[in-house]
Design a protein around this ligand. Sequence first.
Ligand SMILES: Cc1cc2nc3c(=O)[nH]c(=O)nc-3n(C[C@H](O)[C@H](O)[C@H](O)COP(=O)(O)OP(=O)(O)OC[C@H]3O[C@@H](n4cnc5c(N)ncnc54)[C@H](O)[C@@H]3O)c2cc1C
Length: 482
Amino acid sequence: MLPRPNSKAIDRKRRLALPAEDPPRRPPAERVGGFGESWAPVSFEWAKAAAERCIQCPAAPCVRACPLGNDIPYALWHMERGLVVDAALIFSRTNSMPDICGRVCPQTELCEGVCPYTKQDRPPVPIGRLESYAADWMYREGLGVQRAAGRTSGRRIAIVGAGPAGITAAEILARNGHAVTMFDAWPEAGGLLQYGIPRFKLSPEIVRRRTKGLRSLGIRCRFDTTLGKGLSVDGLVDQGFDAILLAIGAGIGRTLEIAGADLEGVFQATPFLVRANTDPSLLPPTLRSIPEVGRNVAVIGGGDTAMDCVRTALRLGAERATVWYRRTEVEMPGNPRDRKLAIEEGARVEWLASPVCLEGDETGHVRAMTLVRMQLGAPDGSGRHRPAPIPGSEFTVETDAVVLALGYLPDAGFIARIAGIEAEPDGRVRVDPETGATSRAGIYAAGDNVLGPALVVDAVSHGRRAAEAIHSFLTAGGTIAT
Ligand SMILES: Cc1cc2nc3c(=O)[nH]c(=O)nc-3n(C[C@H](O)[C@H](O)[C@H](O)COP(=O)(O)OP(=O)(O)OC[C@H]3O[C@@H](n4cnc5c(N)ncnc54)[C@H](O)[C@@H]3O)c2cc1C
């Protein structure tokens, strides 16, 4: 590795004057013709030039904005010199999934959002694209595979949930010599990376090369296995596990309590995305058919999932695909970059409208949706302006399919019922925020089942913290309270 740059020797004026070239994307018409990744490949020369724009800010706001504290300026210092593997190794010190986070993180809200160029209304250093470029390079060089620790601790850990939180924790614990077994309800590892985030944002090959590494670390995988159906926490204790990590996400889709919500052609976001985006061989028979969307699709909700659904609908052949959101763009959650991509691809977004009822045809298939116009009132508990219907403003639109992307919740009551541990009133697991320890010694939790719906990078950060705490607990001789 190179020594860190001398801050005083950096010619910031020269760097600030360097031309900015946005990371290339495939043209929208080509993108919607299939499910391939939206980004176009970048060249070595492009990556070096993009990294050279980093002015090596002494305060490094990008590092502080990254939930994992990635040492971005130091990685880019290597990248601009063409030392791509070193750059990847620096990202990998703090991030076990740089190839994935580089693709799916909302960088405009995190590292790139605080880049000094952004403040000047200029394109930021494309940190995410450079991170995934470096990580992909490392895989091509055969350096992405991790090896198990030479020694074994003799302690056994069960990790329930093979999403980014569970995978991150499993890798760290295995590298520390513990015997890890992962359990998951799906047939393959990845959680929402494999069964949720669409292929055009994150290709399944990227996820699979990552999850393939689990076995090379000696991690045992027991998939198609559901906690609460034949598998219980006390059963795991009886099997001799010394610690358990619950990383089961927050996978319950919010429902819409209006007439017609049970019609044919009305889809919940996750099964819709999974059926459209996942290789059928990785799915149970009930989810193997591609959703039929017809010509006119309505997506209800805001945020990343709504954008994923509308972009998926366009790829499934919809001629008109519209997101209906009850607030305005200012209040809309999610990544503005994904919204821009969706609109480029032909998606429409209608603000300040909320569905009132759905109508079916004689076969019981949805054919129309009545909505009411909304206006914003005083801010609610979340600080966002509360929407209220405008009396008499109802209107009806024709639709062939409706996708409900109304957000996610943890399964309220599930945790308390299954594990006998304390839960928050909304169903999230109650933990010590420093360690992820639950109210029962030896049982930890990490990721969306603690945070509520969050980001991949948060799940990685959480999984890492819980793994470090479990390692300390086991090293100190701890075992699960019975
Ligand atoms: C459609 C969609 C798009 C998203 N897009 C982005 C994005 O672009 N960028 C971003 O940063 N974040 C995105 N997110 C959020 C991100 O995917 C999650 O925050 C992250 O995956 C949470 O990780 P996790 O490990 O906590 O849980 P998950 O990824 O949800 O994994 C939990 C795992 O637990 C398993 N499980 C659940 N219950 C049981 C049980 N009872 N027994 C056994 N196994 C069980 C599940 O099968 C799953 O594999 C998106 C989320 C969705 C839904």
